[in-house]
Design a protein around this ligand. Structure first.
Ligand code: SAJ
Length: 404
């Protein structure tokens, strides 16, 4: 068996590590690179540093069989994949410095006919920018490399399945690059591989998540209107969706996670005048969280006026969506924080059934919290909450359709 490295994967996070394990399962040697030495040690011990079903076995096997090894520096290979984060800087502007640093790290290793692919969510034109960066310091390689963009589109919690079965969009900087990247992915992906150019592929990723954000904003806007108009928004949406060509999503307490609430800004930052609707959707979804926190404040004051005492309040859910333990960019967490900032001697029970303990919030069991409180605030539609029997005398603020 040749252990010659074929693939260098830069970034061993939520997408890089599962992708590395998948490629390694296909008996292709992967050299994983991460700037964090702790992550490198964990992977080399055959273990994982993130929560994702089936990933533990995949990594353990890949490392045991010698097809996956990690280090803090890249080595020479045939294919280089850049799967690093693209965070924000300043006022919601994408920061591609990690992509740039990863690219700079491999420039000295590149040779004719190599394949370089970016998977990181990136602003339009990033692949071309990286091409220029590469050719500037290695002019002798001009037009001799294959350079492409291929965004990931997996759903956290179902990554190992979706990585293999989802369709992928692959865009090269020229036709030869696109074909080479398609050949590469076809070795381990069963979904269809759709060819395009790099700019369209970059935009496609941003548009997928912006589309969902805009649709959720529509549902959230309806929830605000219905609250004033005294209409049950859940019933309304269910009825409207009976139309064969209408499919409205569900309102919630805002939009969270590290993709849908983030990617639309990558378009808005570069095309502010042209992306009015996309920008407005972000505003509406952010406003919805603020509105929920205000509603809790009002309910508290009304309770006190009516009952002559402070209420006990259950805050149900902290995760960014139902049935997961991920609190990153969570609107529920933001609302819980805001409500606690406004606390005035009320008693609070904070609930998140998917995590054991939290550094800031003291957590209470969901049944105990619902039982002891006067006001129950549903922020996330976790499955446990749907089983609760709630007595008539409780005030319920259902922001995510638990009761409906
Ligand atoms: N949400 C609603 N109403 C809905 C659906 C979702 O309020 O009807 C909220 C959720 O509660 C959550 C947020 O939207 O706060 C995002 O959740 P999600 O399940 O829609 O998406 P993510 O962030 O877990 O994953 C998304 C996926 N993109 C799309 O579905 C278009 C996934 O396929 C992408 O790979 C991922 O973003 C990514 O990495 O970009």
């Amino acid at each position: 068996m040749s252990k010659k490295p074929s693939v260098v994967m830069i970034g061993m996070g939520y997408i890089g590590l599962p992708t590395a394990a998948l490629i390694a399962k296909n008996r292709t040697y992967v050299h994983g690179v991460d700037i964090n030495p702790k992550i490198v040690d964990i992977i080399n011990a055959g273990k994982i540093h993130i929560v994702e079903p089936e990933l533990d076995d995949a990594v353990a096997n890949a490392v045991k069989e010698g097809y996956l090894k990690a280090s803090t520096t890249p080595i020479e290979a045939n294919t280089y994949l850049v799967v690093v984060p693209t965070p924000f800087k300043g006022k919601n502007e994408p920061d591609i410095s990690f992509v740039e640093a990863a690219t700079k790290g491999i420039i000295p290793l590149l040779k004719e006919d190599d394949l370089y692919i970016i998977e990181s969510t990136s602003p339009i034109g990033t692949t071309e920018k990286m091409m220029e960066l590469i050719y500037k310091s290695r002019p002798e390689l001009k037009d001799k490399l294959n350079i492409a963009y291929c965004p990931e589109r997996v759903l956290p919690g179902n990554v190992m399945y979706e990585l293999v079965h989802n369709d992928r969009v692959i865009g090269g900087i020229d036709l030869k690059s696109t074909d080479r990247a398609v050949d590469f992915y076809s070795q381990f992906i069963k979904g269809d591989l759709h060819k395009t150019n790099a700019r369209t592929a970059e935009m496609c990723k941003l548009v997928e998540n912006s589309s969902r954000d805009v649709q959720i904003a529509f549902a959230n806007e309806l929830s605000l209107i219905c609250d004033k108009a005294d209409i049950n928004v859940w019933e309304l949406i269910e009825l409207a969706n009976k139309h064969p060509r209408v499919n409205i999503l569900q309102p919630g307490c805002g939009v969270g996670g590290h993709c849908i609430a983030v990617d639309p800004y990558f378009i808005v930052a570069d095309y502010p005048m042209e992306s009015q609707l996309i920008g407005k959707a972000r505003e509406i979804n952010n406003y919805k969280s603020f509105w929920c926190a205000e509603k809790v404040q009002t309910a508290k004051l009304q309770f006190e006026i009516k009952n002559g005492r402070k209420p006990r309040i259950a805050i149900m859910g902290l995760a960014f969506k139902p049935n997961i333990d991920d609190l990153r960019e969570s609107p529920a967490k933001y609302i819980a924080q805001k409500v606690l900032q406004n606390a005035n001697n009320e008693e609070y029970y904070i609930v998140e059934p998917n995590i054991e303990s939290h550094t800031v919030f003291k957590l209470t069991n969901y049944k105990v919290a619902a039982d002891k409180s006067d006001i129950i605030v549903f922020l996330v539609a976790h499955k446990e909450f749907k089983t609760l029997q709630i007595p008539e005398n409780k005030v319920v603020l259902d922001f995510c359709g638990v009761i409906k």
